[in-house]
Design a protein around this ligand. Structure first.
Ligand code: ZN
Length: 284
């Protein structure tokens, strides 16, 4: 299934994409997508049965429906740095032996087609295409071999980064969590739709020009390792997002550098999920 959060009758409502239409799930008894994720396979079965009966209520045209981020306020957004060999090399940093972890606050989250607002106090705003894992069943000390039981699905995240703030100290987070710096979506595909998350094409275009192009087979730390490592420190919860890192081709490493500018449009494509598109605007 392909889950969204959409604005319907002026309110956020979970939905599912079926045959090119967005079908709100409010009348199936779900008030938000987190409640579906928390409900696990039982909730997905309930949605499946409800769809089989022929959904009562609206079928919305996605072109004229506003999509929010699928989880507008994720419990945690956990980001992995330098997780593609070629990106570590272009950043002039050693290939990590331990995952580099930072986070974004939920106030940075925006949805598909929402504008990335360039902060007036940064001169180096940049993009990062990322494949993201959505946690289903939570837990602590999850074993690597049990990873599949804890993944609800997958989505796309653009890890927008203000390089001047990020590189000013050894802690990157301050450059990563400006408002609007976490575009997510447009959909969460359930785990069964992506047979192998370590063989998925990922790319980013800026105004139609390809800037990043890779495959998740190039991840240094794969999904099982990340889930085991992170959950050895803190409890993973339903709806937590683990963004697995970005491949080579980011703006600051280009010669000459190419930072985001007002009027740009950034598109992240991930095979099997779709396209996350965001316009770029100046802060008013
Ligand atoms: Zn990143």
């Amino acid at each position: 299934l392909r889950f969204v959060t959409l604005v319907h009758a002026g309110q956020d409502e979970p939905g599912v994409m079926i045959d090119g239409a967005a079908v709100p799930l409010g009348s199936a008894g779900f008030t938000d997508l987190i409640s579906v994720i928390r409900g696990g396979t039982d909730a997905i079965d309930r949605v499946d049965r409800w769809l089989l009966k022929g959904p009562r209520g609206a079928r919305l045209d996605p072109a004229s429906t506003r999509l929010r981020a699928p989880i507008p306020r994720p419990p945690k957004i956990i980001c992995i740095g330098l997780n593609y060999r070629d990106h570590a090399i272009e950043s002039n940093l050693p290939i990590p032996e331990t995952p580099t972890v930072f986070s974004k606050y939920s106030t940075s989250v925006i949805g598909h087609k929402d504008p990335i607002v360039l902060p007036r106090n940064s001169t180096q705003p940049d993009y990062e295409a990322e494949f993201a894992v959505v946690i289903g069943k939570g837990g602590r000390y999850i074993r690597e071999e049990d990873w599949r039981a804890h993944v609800f699905g997958y989505t796309i995240l653009n890890d927008v980064s203000a390089r001047d703030f990020q590189m000013a100290t050894s802690q990157w987070m301050i450059g990563k969590t400006f408002d609007t710096f976490a575009p997510i979506g447009p959909v969460i595909v359930t785990a069964d739709e992506i047979e192998d998350p370590h063989n998925v094409n990922i790319s980013l275009t800026l105004n139609g020009e390809t800037m990043q192009s890779s495959n998740t087979r190039n991840l240094i730390f794969g999904v099982p390792k990340l889930i085991a490592y992170l959950s050895s420190v803190f409890t993973l919860e339903p709806g937590d997002i683990i963004s697995t890192g970005t491949p080579a081709g980011v703006g600051f490493a280009r010669k000459p550098p190419r930072f985001l500018a007002p009027g740009d449009e950034v598109t992240v494509h991930v095979q099997g999920i779709g396209e996350l598109i965001n316009p770029v605007v100046a802060e008013p």
